[in-house]
Design a protein around this ligand. Structure first.
Ligand SMILES: NC(=O)c1ccc[n+]([C@@H]2O[C@H](COP(=O)([O-])OP(=O)(O)OC[C@H]3O[C@@H](n4cnc5c(N)ncnc54)[C@H](OP(=O)(O)O)[C@@H]3O)[C@@H](O)[C@H]2O)c1
Length: 324
């Protein structure tokens, strides 16, 4: 009998990649969750044979039937939608809180809703059936230095915080997957990633040490492969999904080599960074992330996270080629 994987965020980068990987395996049927099954993205997935169901992460009652009968649930939450949406910015102002904190509240609540709904179908979940995308906890990993890195802590407070605290039995069936810097993120911050200088060269300007190693993920191509591989591992482990690791100075050096364009890295101070990022709150949120990446590190300095190579080592012990 085929197994059912329910994919949150199926029309997005992470969920879309996960759906595309599992749909290739005839042992699985894929159910994708979206707010709008009539959108062009949802219709395209539906035409591919993916079951599309309507549910909203803001409403746990819609998630419970959407997850019913799942053998695997892939969870992802999106900090940036409530961060950027003009109506959310207006609500934050009305509440007298920053848009960064407002988006934290929305994302953390959405994560809790996913967990509460997943817990309702715990009996149908595989031994390693709850696969949650997350990031490190900046507040605790930095020992209180970064208390406003909201898009990290909104995830980590729930995955694993809330799961462990509220649902120890679900925690036993869970894997946590931190994700590296998306290689597509230059589109969000072109001015910091690749700013054209008066002499026509390109400059990457971050408040991150030039030589600190950073995980990089081609999210659309690789997240699905990574999550698929994780689904075949034992539960209860934490991962860093990344295709490669290198410092930002090495990254831009390679970019220059590949494009044959002159490019260099410049470490800037937080004040300098905030001057050239157009949206102040975006500058603060991403600036904190880039500074946190220097110390204690993007992964919070957690050396126990499993990586692709660790999964490959296990695979080499398996009798058959089961993935990648
Ligand atoms: N950019 C980076 O370098 C980076 C690195 C690590 C982690 N991240 C994290 O990645 C996350 C975003 O993931 P992504 O890029 O895959 O997102 P994305 O491409 O923007 O897609 C967001 C997905 O979430 C769904 N969604 C949003 N709000 C929803 C709601 N209320 N109810 C139901 N579904 C909802 C959307 O579905 P519909 O619109 O169809 O409803 C869509 O499928 C962020 O939290 C970010 O912090 C980013």
């Amino acid at each position: 009998m085929t197994k059912l994987i329910c994919v949150v965020g199926v029309t997005g980068n992470q969920g879309g990649s996960v759906a595309q990987r599992f749909v290739q395996d005839s042992n699985y049927r894929v159910r994708g969750i979206t707010r709008d099954p009539t959108s062009a993205a949802a219709q395209k997935l539906s035409a591919q044979g993916i079951e599309i169901v309507a549910a909203n992460l803001d409403d746990v009652q819609t998630l419970i039937p959407a997850f019913a009968g799942a053998n695997i649930i892939f969870s992802v939450t999106n900090y940036w939608e409530p961060f950027f949406r003009p109506d959310c910015r207006a609500k934050a102002e009305e509440l007298g809180i920053s848009c960064r904190k407002y988006a934290y509240n929305v994302e953390a609540q959405q994560g809790k809703n996913v967990v509460d709904a997943a817990a309702k179908t715990i009996d149908t979940l595989d031994e390693n059936g709850f696969l949650a995308s997350t990031l490190s906890h900046a507040g605790s990993c930095s020992k209180g230095k970064f208390t406003e890195l909201y898009h990290f802590d909104a995830k980590a407070d729930v995955f694993p915080g809330y799961v462990d605290e509220k649902y120890p039995n679900l925690a036993k069936k869970t894997s946590y997957i931190q994700t590296g810097y998306f290689t597509s993120s230059y589109k969000i911050l072109p001015v910091a990633y690749l700013c054209k200088q008066p002499d026509e060269s390109f400059q990457m300007s971050f408040p991150t040490f030039a030589d600190v190693s950073v995980p990089h993920l081609n999210v659309n191509a690789d997240m699905g492969n990574f999550v698929y591989a994780v689904s075949q591992m034992p539960p209860g482990k934490s991962y860093m999904a990344a295709g490669t690791e290198c410092s930002w100075s090495e990254y831009i050096r390679l970019w220059g080599e590949a494009t044959r364009l002159p490019a260099k890295y410049r470490q800037v101070t937080m004040e300098q960074y905030l001057e050239f990022v157009p949206d102040r709150a975006l500058g603060e949120e991403t600036g904190d992330m880039l500074a946190y990446t220097s110390d204690p590190g993007y992964d919070g300095g957690d050396e126990t996270l499993l990586k692709a190579d660790d999964i490959r080592k296990v695979r080499s012990l398996l009798p058959h080629e089961t993935y990648y």
